[in-house]
Ligand binder design. Structure first.
Ligand SMILES: NC(=O)C1=CN([C@@H]2O[C@H](COP(=O)(O)OP(=O)(O)OC[C@H]3O[C@@H](n4cnc5c(N)ncnc54)[C@H](OP(=O)(O)O)[C@@H]3O)[C@@H](O)[C@H]2O)C=CC1
Ligand SMILES: O=C(O)[C@@H]1CCC=N1
Length: 272
Protein backbone atom coordinates (compact mmCIF):
# COMPACT_ATOMS: atom_id res chain seq x y z
CA UNK A 1 0.00 0.00 0.00
CA UNK A 2 1.29 3.48 -0.80
CA UNK A 3 -0.42 5.11 2.20
CA UNK A 4 0.80 5.23 5.78
CA UNK A 5 0.26 7.14 9.02
CA UNK A 6 2.49 9.95 7.68
CA UNK A 7 0.90 10.03 4.21
CA UNK A 8 -2.57 8.70 4.93
CA UNK A 9 -5.60 7.58 2.99
CA UNK A 10 -8.23 10.33 3.24
CA UNK A 11 -11.84 9.24 2.79
CA UNK A 12 -14.07 12.21 2.00
CA UNK A 13 -17.70 11.28 2.65
CA UNK A 14 -18.41 8.26 4.85
CA UNK A 15 -22.04 7.67 3.96
CA UNK A 16 -23.61 4.57 2.46
CA UNK A 17 -20.86 3.81 -0.08
CA UNK A 18 -17.81 5.26 1.71
CA UNK A 19 -19.02 3.66 4.93
CA UNK A 20 -19.59 0.27 3.25
CA UNK A 21 -16.02 0.26 1.91
CA UNK A 22 -14.58 1.44 5.22
CA UNK A 23 -16.40 -1.39 7.06
CA UNK A 24 -15.09 -3.86 4.49
CA UNK A 25 -11.49 -2.60 4.90
CA UNK A 26 -11.67 -2.78 8.67
CA UNK A 27 -12.98 -6.35 8.43
CA UNK A 28 -10.03 -7.12 6.11
CA UNK A 29 -7.44 -5.70 8.54
CA UNK A 30 -6.45 -2.46 6.76
CA UNK A 31 -4.42 -0.32 9.22
CA UNK A 32 -6.89 2.20 10.76
CA UNK A 33 -4.06 4.55 11.83
CA UNK A 34 -3.30 5.18 8.14
CA UNK A 35 -6.86 6.36 7.46
CA UNK A 36 -8.44 9.76 8.01
CA UNK A 37 -12.16 10.35 7.42
CA UNK A 38 -13.54 13.74 6.49
CA UNK A 39 -17.33 13.96 6.91
CA UNK A 40 -19.33 16.51 8.93
CA UNK A 41 -22.02 13.96 9.87
CA UNK A 42 -21.43 10.31 9.06
CA UNK A 43 -24.42 8.03 9.72
CA UNK A 44 -24.51 6.49 13.21
CA UNK A 45 -23.46 2.99 12.09
CA UNK A 46 -20.46 4.34 10.17
CA UNK A 47 -19.50 6.59 13.07
CA UNK A 48 -19.47 3.45 15.24
CA UNK A 49 -16.98 1.80 12.83
CA UNK A 50 -14.84 4.96 12.81
CA UNK A 51 -14.72 5.35 16.60
CA UNK A 52 -14.55 1.58 17.16
CA UNK A 53 -11.29 1.43 15.19
CA UNK A 54 -9.88 4.72 16.48
CA UNK A 55 -9.92 6.25 12.99
CA UNK A 56 -9.31 10.00 12.89
CA UNK A 57 -12.55 11.83 11.96
CA UNK A 58 -12.75 15.49 10.97
CA UNK A 59 -15.63 17.58 9.60
CA UNK A 60 -13.34 18.99 6.89
CA UNK A 61 -10.06 17.84 5.34
CA UNK A 62 -7.52 18.68 8.12
CA UNK A 63 -5.13 21.50 7.19
CA UNK A 64 -1.55 20.32 6.74
CA UNK A 65 -2.56 16.76 5.84
CA UNK A 66 -0.53 15.34 2.94
CA UNK A 67 -2.56 12.33 1.90
CA UNK A 68 -1.08 9.74 -0.45
CA UNK A 69 -4.62 8.87 -1.53
CA UNK A 70 -7.88 10.84 -1.39
CA UNK A 71 -11.09 8.92 -2.01
CA UNK A 72 -14.04 11.16 -2.84
CA UNK A 73 -17.35 9.50 -1.87
CA UNK A 74 -19.79 12.39 -1.68
CA UNK A 75 -22.85 12.97 -3.86
CA UNK A 76 -21.94 14.24 -7.36
CA UNK A 77 -24.08 17.33 -6.67
CA UNK A 78 -21.69 18.30 -3.83
CA UNK A 79 -18.50 18.31 -5.93
CA UNK A 80 -18.60 22.08 -6.50
CA UNK A 81 -18.47 22.60 -2.74
CA UNK A 82 -16.15 19.73 -1.74
CA UNK A 83 -13.39 19.92 -4.38
CA UNK A 84 -12.32 23.51 -3.49
CA UNK A 85 -12.12 22.43 0.19
CA UNK A 86 -9.92 19.52 -0.81
CA UNK A 87 -7.61 21.45 -3.14
CA UNK A 88 -5.15 22.55 -0.38
CA UNK A 89 -4.46 18.97 0.74
CA UNK A 90 -4.21 17.37 -2.70
CA UNK A 91 -0.50 17.33 -3.58
CA UNK A 92 0.84 16.78 -7.12
CA UNK A 93 1.52 13.11 -6.27
CA UNK A 94 -1.75 12.49 -4.37
CA UNK A 95 -3.84 9.82 -6.03
CA UNK A 96 -7.45 10.99 -6.28
CA UNK A 97 -9.97 8.16 -6.38
CA UNK A 98 -13.58 9.09 -7.04
CA UNK A 99 -16.50 6.72 -6.59
CA UNK A 100 -19.04 9.34 -7.66
CA UNK A 101 -21.43 8.53 -10.48
CA UNK A 102 -21.16 10.89 -13.42
CA UNK A 103 -18.38 13.29 -12.34
CA UNK A 104 -15.68 13.01 -15.04
CA UNK A 105 -11.89 12.89 -14.60
CA UNK A 106 -11.66 16.37 -16.14
CA UNK A 107 -13.58 17.85 -13.18
CA UNK A 108 -10.89 16.59 -10.78
CA UNK A 109 -8.08 17.73 -13.09
CA UNK A 110 -9.71 21.18 -13.26
CA UNK A 111 -9.85 21.35 -9.44
CA UNK A 112 -6.42 19.86 -8.61
CA UNK A 113 -4.23 20.17 -11.72
CA UNK A 114 -2.64 17.25 -13.58
CA UNK A 115 -2.86 14.78 -10.67
CA UNK A 116 -3.38 11.02 -10.93
CA UNK A 117 -7.13 10.29 -10.91
CA UNK A 118 -8.87 6.93 -10.83
CA UNK A 119 -12.61 6.77 -11.29
CA UNK A 120 -14.07 3.78 -9.52
CA UNK A 121 -17.63 2.45 -9.45
CA UNK A 122 -18.04 0.08 -6.50
CA UNK A 123 -21.24 -1.28 -4.98
CA UNK A 124 -22.54 -1.69 -1.44
CA UNK A 125 -21.90 -5.47 -1.15
CA UNK A 126 -18.31 -4.24 -0.55
CA UNK A 127 -19.47 -4.02 3.04
CA UNK A 128 -19.46 -7.82 3.25
CA UNK A 129 -16.44 -8.41 1.02
CA UNK A 130 -18.61 -9.24 -1.99
CA UNK A 131 -18.52 -6.02 -3.98
CA UNK A 132 -17.42 -5.50 -7.55
CA UNK A 133 -15.73 -2.31 -8.70
CA UNK A 134 -14.98 -1.05 -12.19
CA UNK A 135 -11.95 1.28 -12.28
CA UNK A 136 -10.67 3.65 -14.93
CA UNK A 137 -7.26 5.29 -14.26
CA UNK A 138 -6.08 8.41 -16.10
CA UNK A 139 -2.63 8.40 -17.68
CA UNK A 140 -0.99 10.00 -14.60
CA UNK A 141 -1.77 7.01 -12.33
CA UNK A 142 1.50 5.16 -11.59
CA UNK A 143 1.94 1.39 -11.40
CA UNK A 144 2.34 1.60 -7.58
CA UNK A 145 -0.84 3.65 -7.27
CA UNK A 146 -2.68 1.17 -9.50
CA UNK A 147 -1.47 -1.66 -7.26
CA UNK A 148 -2.75 0.16 -4.16
CA UNK A 149 -6.17 0.85 -5.67
CA UNK A 150 -6.33 -2.75 -6.88
CA UNK A 151 -5.40 -4.13 -3.43
CA UNK A 152 -7.85 -1.87 -1.57
CA UNK A 153 -10.75 -2.66 -3.86
CA UNK A 154 -10.01 -6.36 -4.10
CA UNK A 155 -10.00 -6.48 -0.28
CA UNK A 156 -13.75 -5.88 -0.50
CA UNK A 157 -14.63 -7.78 -3.67
CA UNK A 158 -13.74 -8.12 -7.32
CA UNK A 159 -12.04 -5.49 -9.49
CA UNK A 160 -12.50 -4.87 -13.21
CA UNK A 161 -10.05 -2.48 -14.90
CA UNK A 162 -11.68 -0.46 -17.66
CA UNK A 163 -10.15 0.73 -20.92
CA UNK A 164 -12.30 3.83 -21.36
CA UNK A 165 -13.93 6.32 -19.00
CA UNK A 166 -17.29 5.96 -20.78
CA UNK A 167 -17.51 2.37 -19.51
CA UNK A 168 -17.88 3.73 -15.94
CA UNK A 169 -21.44 4.85 -16.79
CA UNK A 170 -22.25 1.35 -18.03
CA UNK A 171 -20.76 -0.26 -14.90
CA UNK A 172 -22.87 2.16 -12.86
CA UNK A 173 -26.03 0.97 -14.61
CA UNK A 174 -25.23 -2.72 -14.17
CA UNK A 175 -23.36 -3.29 -10.88
CA UNK A 176 -23.16 0.11 -9.13
CA UNK A 177 -26.95 0.44 -8.98
CA UNK A 178 -27.52 -3.30 -9.50
CA UNK A 179 -27.84 -4.36 -5.85
CA UNK A 180 -30.97 -2.19 -5.62
CA UNK A 181 -32.54 -4.11 -8.51
CA UNK A 182 -31.90 -7.38 -6.68
CA UNK A 183 -33.28 -6.02 -3.39
CA UNK A 184 -36.38 -4.85 -5.26
CA UNK A 185 -36.67 -8.33 -6.78
CA UNK A 186 -36.64 -9.78 -3.23
CA UNK A 187 -39.28 -7.26 -2.14
CA UNK A 188 -41.48 -8.11 -5.16
CA UNK A 189 -41.08 -11.87 -4.61
CA UNK A 190 -42.15 -11.42 -0.98
CA UNK A 191 -45.14 -9.31 -2.04
CA UNK A 192 -46.13 -11.93 -4.63
CA UNK A 193 -45.93 -14.64 -1.96
CA UNK A 194 -48.16 -12.56 0.26
CA UNK A 195 -50.65 -12.04 -2.57
CA UNK A 196 -50.63 -15.80 -3.11
CA UNK A 197 -51.71 -16.29 0.49
CA UNK A 198 -48.59 -16.61 2.69
CA UNK A 199 -48.16 -14.56 5.86
CA UNK A 200 -45.98 -11.44 5.36
CA UNK A 201 -43.26 -12.88 7.64
CA UNK A 202 -43.09 -16.23 5.84
CA UNK A 203 -43.22 -14.62 2.38
CA UNK A 204 -40.35 -12.26 3.29
CA UNK A 205 -38.28 -15.06 4.81
CA UNK A 206 -38.73 -17.26 1.73
CA UNK A 207 -37.93 -14.41 -0.67
CA UNK A 208 -34.77 -13.30 1.13
CA UNK A 209 -33.46 -16.85 1.55
CA UNK A 210 -34.17 -17.59 -2.11
CA UNK A 211 -32.32 -14.52 -3.41
CA UNK A 212 -29.37 -15.14 -1.04
CA UNK A 213 -29.30 -18.87 -1.76
CA UNK A 214 -29.47 -18.40 -5.54
CA UNK A 215 -26.73 -15.75 -5.32
CA UNK A 216 -24.49 -17.98 -3.22
CA UNK A 217 -25.06 -20.95 -5.54
CA UNK A 218 -24.19 -18.80 -8.56
CA UNK A 219 -21.11 -17.54 -6.69
CA UNK A 220 -19.83 -21.00 -5.78
CA UNK A 221 -20.91 -22.98 -8.84
CA UNK A 222 -18.81 -23.21 -11.98
CA UNK A 223 -21.99 -23.46 -14.05
CA UNK A 224 -23.37 -20.64 -16.13
CA UNK A 225 -26.51 -18.99 -14.64
CA UNK A 226 -28.51 -20.37 -17.56
CA UNK A 227 -27.55 -23.95 -16.55
CA UNK A 228 -28.47 -23.26 -12.91
CA UNK A 229 -31.83 -21.94 -14.14
CA UNK A 230 -32.40 -25.03 -16.25
CA UNK A 231 -31.58 -27.22 -13.22
CA UNK A 232 -34.61 -25.73 -11.42
CA UNK A 233 -36.90 -26.12 -14.41
CA UNK A 234 -38.69 -29.46 -14.78
CA UNK A 235 -40.28 -29.99 -18.19
CA UNK A 236 -43.83 -28.78 -18.07
CA UNK A 237 -43.44 -28.07 -14.33
CA UNK A 238 -44.06 -25.09 -12.07
CA UNK A 239 -40.86 -23.15 -12.88
CA UNK A 240 -41.51 -23.47 -16.61
CA UNK A 241 -44.96 -21.97 -16.03
CA UNK A 242 -43.46 -18.95 -14.21
CA UNK A 243 -40.56 -18.53 -16.63
CA UNK A 244 -43.00 -18.39 -19.53
CA UNK A 245 -44.14 -15.10 -18.00
CA UNK A 246 -40.69 -13.78 -17.03
CA UNK A 247 -39.07 -14.78 -20.34
CA UNK A 248 -41.89 -13.51 -22.56
CA UNK A 249 -41.05 -10.91 -25.17
CA UNK A 250 -42.29 -8.21 -22.79
CA UNK A 251 -40.93 -9.98 -19.68
CA UNK A 252 -37.99 -9.28 -17.37
CA UNK A 253 -35.26 -8.93 -20.05
CA UNK A 254 -36.61 -5.84 -21.86
CA UNK A 255 -37.63 -4.38 -18.49
CA UNK A 256 -34.08 -4.70 -17.14
CA UNK A 257 -32.63 -3.36 -20.40
CA UNK A 258 -34.84 -0.29 -20.03
CA UNK A 259 -33.91 0.07 -16.36
CA UNK A 260 -30.14 -0.18 -17.01
CA UNK A 261 -30.45 2.26 -19.92
CA UNK A 262 -32.24 4.72 -17.58
CA UNK A 263 -29.41 4.45 -15.03
CA UNK A 264 -26.76 4.95 -17.72
CA UNK A 265 -28.65 7.97 -19.06
CA UNK A 266 -28.81 9.44 -15.54
CA UNK A 267 -25.07 8.84 -15.06
CA UNK A 268 -24.41 10.82 -18.24
CA UNK A 269 -26.70 13.63 -17.01
CA UNK A 270 -24.72 13.76 -13.75
CA UNK A 271 -21.58 14.68 -15.74
CA UNK A 272 -22.93 18.19 -15.42
N1 LIG B 1 -24.75 4.11 -2.53
C1 LIG B 1 -24.28 3.34 -3.50
O1 LIG B 1 -24.69 2.17 -3.68
C2 LIG B 1 -23.20 3.84 -4.41
C3 LIG B 1 -22.84 5.16 -4.41
N2 LIG B 1 -21.84 5.60 -5.26
C4 LIG B 1 -21.43 7.00 -5.25
O2 LIG B 1 -20.94 7.28 -3.95
C5 LIG B 1 -21.15 8.66 -3.67
C6 LIG B 1 -21.79 8.77 -2.30
O3 LIG B 1 -23.05 8.12 -2.36
P1 LIG B 1 -23.71 7.57 -1.05
O4 LIG B 1 -22.68 6.96 -0.18
O5 LIG B 1 -24.85 6.75 -1.48
O6 LIG B 1 -24.24 8.95 -0.41
P2 LIG B 1 -24.41 9.32 1.12
O7 LIG B 1 -25.21 10.57 1.15
O8 LIG B 1 -24.89 8.12 1.87
O9 LIG B 1 -22.91 9.62 1.61
C7 LIG B 1 -22.24 10.81 1.39
C8 LIG B 1 -21.65 11.26 2.70
O10 LIG B 1 -20.92 12.46 2.47
C9 LIG B 1 -21.25 13.35 3.51
N3 LIG B 1 -20.93 14.73 3.17
C10 LIG B 1 -21.76 15.75 2.85
N4 LIG B 1 -21.05 16.88 2.67
C11 LIG B 1 -19.75 16.56 2.88
C12 LIG B 1 -18.55 17.30 2.88
N5 LIG B 1 -18.54 18.62 2.60
N6 LIG B 1 -17.39 16.67 3.15
C13 LIG B 1 -17.38 15.36 3.45
N7 LIG B 1 -18.50 14.60 3.48
C14 LIG B 1 -19.67 15.20 3.21
C15 LIG B 1 -22.71 13.10 3.72
O11 LIG B 1 -23.18 13.69 4.92
P3 LIG B 1 -24.76 14.17 4.95
O12 LIG B 1 -25.55 12.89 4.87
O13 LIG B 1 -24.88 14.85 6.28
O14 LIG B 1 -24.96 15.07 3.78
C16 LIG B 1 -22.72 11.58 3.75
O15 LIG B 1 -22.33 11.09 5.02
C17 LIG B 1 -22.02 9.23 -4.76
O16 LIG B 1 -21.24 10.04 -5.57
C18 LIG B 1 -22.54 8.01 -5.49
O17 LIG B 1 -22.67 8.28 -6.87
C19 LIG B 1 -21.15 4.73 -6.06
C20 LIG B 1 -21.48 3.42 -6.09
C21 LIG B 1 -22.55 2.86 -5.31
O1 LIG C 1 -27.84 5.95 -7.24
C1 LIG C 1 -26.75 6.46 -7.46
O2 LIG C 1 -26.65 7.51 -8.11
C2 LIG C 1 -25.50 5.77 -6.93
C3 LIG C 1 -24.55 5.39 -8.03
C4 LIG C 1 -24.59 3.89 -8.10
C5 LIG C 1 -25.40 3.51 -6.94
N1 LIG C 1 -25.84 4.53 -6.30
Amino acid sequence: MIFSKERPFLLVGAGRMGGAMLSGWMAEGVDPSAIVVSDPSPPEEVRAVITGHGIRLAPEPPAGLEPAVVMVAVKPQLMNKVLPMLAPVVKPDTLVVSVAAGTPVTTFEAAFGPVPVARAMPNTPSMVGRGITGVYPNAAVTADQKDTVGSLLSAVGEVVWLETEDEIDLVTGVSGSGPAYVFWMAECLAAAGETAGLSPETAKRLAIATVCGAGELMHRSKEDPSVLRQNVTSPNGTTAAALEVLMAEDGLKPLLETAVAAAVRRAKELRG
